[in-house]
Design a protein around this ligand. Structure first.
Ligand code: ARG
Length: 455
């Protein structure tokens, strides 16, 4: 491919080491699209003839069909997707194919292809996130009054509603969607026409190619055009953050379906058995989603490490960008789909949630709040009094709302019968009416908000 400058060929081992075609063939459609618009621009600008343009476009159409039908033959000897397509075009279009690379380099070509690919991946990620949001929302809307224990430090803290808990994830995923949307918007500038690094003496029209590929504008600086990979990093960062949310949610599922919790039961579709223990129903899908988060984080770190030491402009190090992005995209997309599937037919054990919501004196704060509100105690004192009462309840082995009034009054005479109304988990949940709180009336407002948003 390199022609005149070389007498010999590359070392045998280089044929294994340098080609990227095994993975960058995933840029094939983007490469054809970029070549098509570039060729049209060259013809409009009078840089190539109309006859050559027709030959190139016909050749590219054939290549597109071959790709679609899986008939295109990728060759490692041709290194990468750009040279594979150019070489096939030469077979189909003859000498005209040789004119396509005028005013273009593989450096701006790959940067353009890759931006197009990542832009589409941002779109897919957003769609996948929305599907999962909808699955979570559906469960949430069925469980506005289902009470479960809320935890801090993994200790029973205060009761919450299951809908409230699920909607917390709907919020996280909404921000994830926002990150992908932002990334797609910021990356939407076209490097094509940056050529190798310095631009080109040919009178090209970069606005034409940029707009033709759906970009908002051409990139302003050719050095930046060929070397920038922050768009890929930003995509990977968004994947990383979204994956941490999936991992957290997956971890909850693993807990929730363990016998100690027994909050949910996964359908057979998303459970596997053990090869030795016949009783087992393992939440493998959730565990794998949690585990695969490690890959996605690794993808981000790997690419950040590649680009951190590079000077301007292009270096072949950048060839390492694609596999990380492809891997993160594949991993995130299938994880989102699996999680959505898992939530679609998740069975919720509301009695079990309710029973555990009562354990561990989760309404102690309600008692302290009552002492502040009704007995005028400073919160710190109320906290202390309540602690003593909880200790007494523990000694007697009863829940707070079952502790006889006299026991409470022995600790704090200001306590009256009215307090008993506040100490059930239902009362506790219903009282949390502050904006963003877990009270069913508040949660219903959020359900209405998301019903509209996810329509
Ligand atoms: N395969 C290369 C990549 O993935 C394409 C650009 C190569 N450019 C070059 N001058 N070697 O980045």
């Amino acid at each position: 491919m390199w022609g005149g400058r070389f007498d010999g060929g590359p070392a045998k081992i280089m044929e294994e080491f340098t080609p990227s075609i095994d993975f960058d063939q995933r840029l094939a459609t983007q490469d054809v699209a970029g070549s098509r618009i570039h060729a049209k621009m060259l013809a409009i600008q009078g840089i190539i003839s109309k006859i050559d343009l027709d030959a190139i476009l016909n050749g590219l159409a054939t290549i597109e069909t071959e790709l679609k039908e899986g008939r295109f033959e990728f060759k490692r000897a041709l290194e990468d997707i750009h040279l594979n397509i150019e070489s096939r075009l030469a077979e189909l279009a003859g000498p005209a194919a040789g004119r396509l690379h005028t005013a273009r380099s593989r450096n701006d070509q790959v940067a353009t292809d890759f931006r197009l690919w990542v832009r589409a991946a941002c779109q897919r990620a957003e769609e996948g996130l929305e599907v999962l949001q909808k699955a979570l929302f559906k469960q949430a809307s069925a469980h506005v009054t289902t009470i479960m224990p809320g935890f801090t430090h993994m200790q029973s803290a205060q009761p919450v509603t299951f809908a409230h808990h699920l909607l917390a994830y709907v919020e996280m995923l909404a921000r994830d969607r926002g990150r992908f949307a932002d990334a797609a918007k910021r990356l939407n500038e076209c490097p094509l026409g940056s050529a190798a690094l310095a631009g080109t003496p040919f009178d090209i029209d970069r606005d034409y190619t940029a707009l033709g590929l759906g970009f908002a504008r051409p990139m302003r600086n050719s050095l930046d055009g060929v070397s920038a990979r922050d768009f890929a990093l930003e995509y990977l960062a968004a994947c990383t953050i979204a994956s941490t949310h999936l991992s957290k949610l997956a971890g909850e599922i693993v807990q929730w379906c363990s016998p100690g919790f027994g909050f949910v039961r996964l359908s057979d579709q998303f459970t596997t058995g053990s090869s030795i223990m016949p009783q087992k129903r393992n939440p493998d899908a959730a565990e794998l989603v949690r585990g695969k988060t490690g890959r996605v984080i690794g993808d981000f770190v790997a690419l950040a490490t590649v680009v951190k030491g590079l000077v301007l402009a292009y270096g072949t190090d950048l060839q390492e960008d694609k596999e990380r992005v492809f891997d993160a995209a594949d991993t995130l997309e299938i994880s989102l789909a699996v999680m959505a599937g898992m939530f679609a037919d998740l069975a919720v054990n509301t009695e079990r949630m309710r029973a555990l919501a009562n354990a561990g004196y989760p309404t102690a704060t309600d008692l302290a709040d009552w002492l502040v509100r009704e007995a005028g105690k400073p919160f710190r004192e109320a906290h202390h009094i309540t602690g003593t009462i909880v200790k007494r309840a523990e000694e007697l082995g009863v829940d707070l709302d079952k502790l006889p009034l006299e026991e409470m009054q022995a600790v704090e005479p200001a306590i009256t019968e009215a307090v008993l109304k506040c100490l059930s988990v239902e009362a506790s949940v219903a009282a949390r009416m502050s904006y963003g709180g877990t009270a069913p009336d508040r949660v219903r407002e959020q359900i209405a908000f998301w019903r509209e948003k996810l329509k």
